[in-house]
Every structure is written in structure tokens, then in C-alpha cells.
Write a protein that binds this ligand. Structure first.
Ligand SMILES: Cc1cc2nc3c(=O)[nH]c(=O)nc-3n(C[C@H](O)[C@H](O)[C@H](O)COP(=O)(O)OP(=O)(O)OC[C@H]3O[C@@H](n4cnc5c(N)ncnc54)[C@H](O)[C@@H]3O)c2cc1C
Length: 481
């Protein structure tokens, strides 16, 4: 029987796996894991990410051993490793799943060309999205550049069925007596934590538990940071311990339940829309690879966002004096995750209240997030900064005090994550406060919580003025008179 090498990357599972299925079409699958310089850097930057990744790899290796195989681990650049490995294993084909960020996609293309030149077949497969970019694009009547706006994308996406690769028992794995290196351990990336429990079986249990209960209240959870009952599946999706296809299929199965209340059905649909949002940003990066360096909106490429601000450190550390922003940042520091609603508020604060470039914020959060999706991070940060796929006429500037009143009116989320506020008297923090007033804390040794580091209303007005002058310089000159 011929052998096909499969290179695992952000797809650390055996189930519902488009890449493994593609490799298996060419022979017994020899599973390979390559830790290249870029992956090493990204694991080094976030200890929790390293612990998650190492746990996921260990679980994958365990699952392969139960099937009479094992991961072949190599460290170094894929271009120098895969070619010789294919020859040593006598393989006729190699497959791996596609990267979506510009740099990763370019490397994929180079590697594919080099392998094919050496005589083996190289296949790059869409495993990460539930619906591959080409499938959603094929439904368009014109053009082949994908979608730049979410609404038309979603209209098409929700009518498409994800492919199914649900039968891992039909896959046949090879075992080769090739030199092997040890499985990655968190300490190799400077992380003190033990490998996390990040198996695909656990991810599946979490999905099932989520769909049984919390998913039916998802529309509430999305808007109540203190509730903390969104799916928390982002790290699993990042490293592929669960397939987006599986999530969509199971959510649609759940929607078939005739006894659901209409609100529960609406919640499930909203959850499905979140997965579509992920697919949307992946296809956006796929068709616009330069967005990893420059903004999607051409007109905004030279907008003078700053690289720094006197209060940038306060934002980084969660000491802006705006409780909902600070609570989000501190939740991220403490857990490696931030509630989706709060991400938008805290990111908007950086881009508009401080007028700092979205790339600064993205790089900062990458040091803490367990997730590791450059394409998704870029898409969201550009969206929030008003330079990406959200084509609204003006940037949407979130007012942190109004957002707090809306989404954390009793201050529960703020008290949970901002230690200085934990014992402050009950109620919300923003209702009756002037723009820069300090929150009054009880006497008796409570650590001081800062007063707002900028006046939001003034900062937002200043930003909009500069924005207007930038997009319509003539109007700016007029208004300056
Ligand atoms: C400024 C900013 C930066 C972000 N950076 C990242 C990032 O680096 N990686 C990342 O995966 N998500 C990112 N998001 C999107 C979103 O906030 C997270 O996916 C979500 O918070 C993860 O929590 P969850 O798994 O409980 O999500 P749920 O609400 O349960 O959603 C389920 C899944 O849908 C996907 N999803 C939901 N919202 C989005 C979205 N807006 N864009 C893309 N996918 C989405 C995620 O894979 C998520 O796990 C960012 C959002 C903002 C505003």
C-alpha cells in the first residue's frame, strides 16, 4: 500500500477532517507534526497558548497510538523537512490544511510548488472553515474575489451545507521507523504551565454540553459579559481540536428540535452566525492576503493612527479608569480569553479614544490569548478600527460608559475582574458619573482605582474631526476656518 504524509498544523484531531481524508485518498497516512519558527514564536508569546497546543498535540498522539501509529515530530522549517521526509518514507503524496493569513498562505504555495517539483503530489486542503472560500464564492453571480461585506456573505453561507468527513475509523494510518523528536512541552516555549486538557474528545463534550443548554440563551450571553456562557470554543477552533463543520452540523441538528422556543431558535441561529463570521474573516484573508499588513479599505491605508499614546500603558494594563475596558483586559490577562462584547469595547477604546493603530492592540492581545488566528484577529481589529470589512460611513466609536450601562449595568463583570472595585458599594459605575470623575471607593485601605485617563466624549469628537478631514480634506479645510 502506498503512503501519504499528512502534516498536522491547526487541525489537531482525527474526526471530521478534510485534510486527513485528502491524504488517505493516496494511501496509508503517515502523521507528521512540524514546529517551525513562526509557530514557535507564537507559542512563546503566550504561555497559555503553549500549554493548550502541547496538550492538544499530546492528545492527538495518544489517539494515533491507539490506531497503531504515532506522530513524527520535527522542528525546523517545513521546506527543509517535508521533502526529505517524503523520500525517507517512500511517500507519493503530502497534504496539509491551508493557512489563511497572508504570510502562511504564501508559505503554503511555495512549499506546494517545491514538493510537486520533487515529484510528489502536494495537496493543500481547506479544513479550518465550515464552508471553504471557493464554495461561498461560487454562489456569486460575478467576480471571484470573495466577499467584502458580511451581510451578503451570510445570506449565501447559511444556505450551504458543510462537507462531511465524519468517519475517522475508515482512515488507515502508517507507522514508519523514522528518526523522531520528542512531543512539544510547554517549558520548551518558556511556559511554566503543564499541558492543558485540550483533547478533541473534551472539545466535543464541551460542544454537546453547550448545545444542550447555554446555546439556547446565546443571544443573552453575547450581551452579558458577567454571564460568561458563550461557547468558549475559540481555542479549540484555532488549533482544530474541533471542526467548524461539526459545530455547524450539530447546531443545525439542534435547530431541528420541534420543541424549541422561538427565542431558543433565535439564539442557536445567532450562534451559527458567529461561526459564519469566522468563515467570513477566513475568506476575507484568503482573497485579500495583504490585509495582514495593510487595511482592507484602500482609502484608510494612510490614515495617521499613532503608534503610541501617553495612556497606552494604562490601556495595556487595564487601568484606563473605565471599568468595562479594564475588566476585559484583566480577564484576558487572568484567563487568556476575553468576552466578545468587551473585546469590541476595549479595542474601540484603543483605536478611537487613544487613536492608536489597531496593529498595536492586536500584537498586545496576542501575548495573552490562547486563540491564535492571525486572519481572524486582523479581520476583527480592522473591522473595529473602521478600516476593514465594516463599510459603515463613519467608524463606530463605542462609548465605554454607555456600553457599561447597557451590558454591565450592575457592575458585576467589573467587580469580578477589577480587584480595586470588588468591594465597592453595589450598582453600576457609569450611570451618574461625569466624564472624568474618579469612582468613589470605600475608605479603609481599598487600592485606588484611577480616574478616566481620557475624556471619552472629547476624544471621540477629536477623532471624528480628524477622520472627516482625512476622508474629505476640503470639508476639513472649511471647518477649520
Ligand atoms: C478586537 C477583536 C479581536 C478578536 N480577536 C480574535 C482572535 O484573535 N481569534 C478569534 O478566534 N476571535 C477573535 N475575535 C472574535 C470573538 O471575539 C472571539 O472569537 C470570541 O470572543 C471567542 O469566544 P467564544 O469561543 O466563546 O465565542 P462564541 O461567541 O461562542 O462564538 C463561537 C465561535 O464563533 C467564532 N466567532 C465568534 N465571533 C467571531 C468574530 N467576530 N470573528 C470571527 N469569529 C468569531 C469563534 O470561532 C468562536 O469561538 C475578536 C473580536 C474582536 C472584537
Amino acid at each position: 500500500m502506498s503512503v501519504a504524509v499528512y502534516r498536522f498544523a491547526r487541525d489537531l484531531r482525527l474526526d471530521d477532517h478534510a485534510g486527513l481524508s485528502a491524504a488517505a485518498a493516496h494511501g496509508d497516512v503517515l502523521p507528521v507534526l512540524i514546529i517551525d519558527g513562526d509557530l514557535e514564536k507564537r507559542l512563546r508569546s503566550s504561555p497559555r497558548r503553549a500549554a493548550f497546543y502541547c496538550g492538544a498535540v499530546a492528545a492527538l498522539d495518544g489517539a494515533l497510538r491507539e490506531r497503531g501509529s504515532a506522530l513524527i515530530v520535527r522542528r525546523g522549517e517545513a521546506a527543509g523537512i517535508l521533502g526529505p521526509l517524503v523520500r525517507e518514507a517512500g511517500a507519493s503524496a503530502v497534504a496539509w490544511s491551508a493557512s489563511y493569513d497572508g504570510a502562511g498562505a504564501a508559505l503554503d504555495a511555495e512549499l506546494q510548488a517545491a514538493i510537486e517539483e520533487s515529484g510528489a503530489r502536494a495537496t493543500v486542503v481547506h479544513d479550518s472553515p465550515a464552508i471553504p472560500p471557493e464554495e461561498s464564492t461560487a454562489a456569486r453571480s460575478s467576480g471571484d474575489e470573495g466577499y467584502k461585506a458580511f451581510a451578503p456573505y451570510y445570506e449565501v453561507w447559511r444556505e450551504l451545507e458543510p462537507g462531511s468527513y465524519e468517519a475517522p475509523l475508515l482512515l488507515s494510518f502508517a507507522r514508519a521507523a523514522l528518526p523522531n523528536e520528542p512531543l512539544p512541552q510547554p517549558k520548551e516555549f518558556g511556559a511554566a504551565d503543564a499541558p492543558a486538557d485540550a483533547s478533541s474528545a473534551r472539545a466535543r463534550e464541551n460542544l454537546d454540553a453547550f448545545l444542550r443548554g447555554p446555546a439556547l440563551q446565546y443571544s443573552i450571553a453575547l450581551n452579558v459579559p458577567a454571564d460568561d456562557r458563550t461557547s468558549h470554543l475559540s481555542a479549540d477552533l484555532t488549533f482544530g481540536t474541533i471542526a467548524a463543520r461539526t459545530i455547524v452540523r450539530e447546531t443545525r441538528r439542534r435547530l431541528d428540535d420541534p420543541f424549541l422556543l422561538s427565542e431558543e431558535r433565535a439564539s442557536l441561529r445567532l450562534f451559527q452566525r458567529s461561526i459564519a463570521m469566522r468563515d467570513f474573516f477566513l475568506q476575507l484573508a484568503w482573497y485579500n492576503p495583504r490585509t495582514s499588513q495593510e487595511t482592507l479599505q484602500e482609502k484608510m491605508r494612510t490614515f495617521p493612527f499613532a503608534d503610541s499614546h501617553p495612556q497606552l500603558e494604562a490601556w495595556r494594563e487595564g487601568r484606563t479608569g473605565y471599568p468595562i475596558v479594564d475588566a476585559g483586559v484583566r480577564q484576558l490577562h487572568a484567563t487568556g480569553w476575553m468576552h466578545p462584547r468587551v473585546r469590541a469595547i476595549a479595542a474601540s477604546f484603543l483605536c478611537f479614544d487613544l487613536s492608536v493603530d489597531w496593529r498595536v492592540g492586536m500584537a498586545e492581545w496576542e501575548r495573552y490569548l490562547i486563540e491564535d488566528d492571525p486572519a481572524i484577529a486582523v479581520g476583527n481589529w480592522q473591522w473595529i478600527a473602521g478600516v476593514g470589512a465594516d463599510l459603515a460611513a463613519y467608524p463606530r466609536i463605542y462609548n465605554p460608559r454607555k456600553q457599561e450601562r447597557r451590558f454591565d449595568p450592575a457592575g458585576i463583570f467589573a467587580r469580578k475582574w477589577v480587584a480595586e472595585l470588588a468591594h465597592s458599594p453595589g450598582g453600576g459605575f457609569s450611570a451618574a458619573r461625569s466624564a472624568t470623575a474618579q469612582i468613589q471607593l470605600p475608605l479603609g485601605g481599598a487600592q485606588e482605582y484611577p480616574r478616566p485617563v481620557v475624556d471619552h466624549d472629547r476624544a471621540a469628537r477629536d477623532f471624528l474631526k480628524r477622520y472627516q478631514q482625512f476622508v474629505t480634506p476640503a470639508a476639513g479645510r472649511r471647518s477649520n476656518r
